[in-house]
Design a protein around this ligand. Structure first.
Ligand code: ZN
Length: 225
């Protein structure tokens, strides 16, 4: 029987590639997405449309509202920066987001009897978020095995897979294309138009477009400019 894995899936380029890589490694993926009050909630529409199409056994959307706390350009009335990636942690950082997301994923994994969790974090072409670093992931994995009944009494131990962590965006795109990923079924923009067109200027769009350019491929998404 194939092993189950919980895959954090936002419909973005990275998490969609991560889902394809989990399948390629022989896992049956259970995709989890989060409706957390993000301004780019369009990504959830894309996720709902495509998770099962991309091979997820099930798709769970967890609903909570980080706008109650604010503190990020993605969850409060703060402009999404469009000037390119700087050296400081940007205002699109969402306080403790990956810890919150991974905690839900861990809970679902324990219920499913899965010990494997995939997250498409990336420490190279990324926006400088502290919860994308390898030392953070290692710490969460240690915590997961201390925090759960499955970790203490179960037949295995939790492993947080980060197959993209040391890949460039271009390598991620090339890998995904080799696995048959249709990047027309993904969404990356932090600040899309009401019709879902990507802005082409936010950090997420810039990293994505740079990745396609470096891979020598054309991004199938439509952009405002
Ligand atoms: Zn954008």
């Amino acid at each position: 029987m194939q092993k189950k894995a919980v895959v954090l899936y936002s419909s973005g380029l990275d998490s969609t590639t991560c889902l394809a890589m989990a399948i390629d490694k022989g896992f049956t993926p259970y995709a989890i997405s989060f409706s957390y009050g993000q301004r780019h909630s369009y990504e959830l529409e894309v996720a709902k449309d495509n998770a099962v199409r991309l091979g997820a056994q099930e798709h769970l959307v967890v609903d909570f509202d980080l706008r109650l706390m604010g503190g990020s350009a993605l969850t409060a009335d703060i402009d999404v920066p469009k000037q390119g990636v700087g050296s400081e942690i940007p205002v699109t950082y969402v306080p403790a987001r990956n810890t919150i997301f991974l905690s839900f994923a861990l809970g679902w994994a324990e219920v499913l009897g899965a010990f494997d969790i995939f997250i498409g974090v990336n420490a190279l072409d990324y926006s400088g978020y502290p919860d994308c670093r390898p030392e953070y992931i290692a710490a969460f994995e240690t915590m997961a095995n201390l925090a759960t009944r499955a970790g203490v009494e179960g037949s295995g131990s939790f492993h947080i897979h980060t197959p993209l962590i040391s890949m460039t965006k271009a390598e991620i795109i090339t890998t995904g294309l080799a696995l048959g990923v249709d990047y027309g079924l993904t969404h990356s923009c932090y600040d899309p138009s009401p019709e879902g067109l990507s802005c082409g200027q936010c950090d997420s769009c810039r990293l994505r477009l740079k990745g396609f350019a470096e891979a020598g491929m054309k991004d199938p998404l439509k952009y405002l400019k």
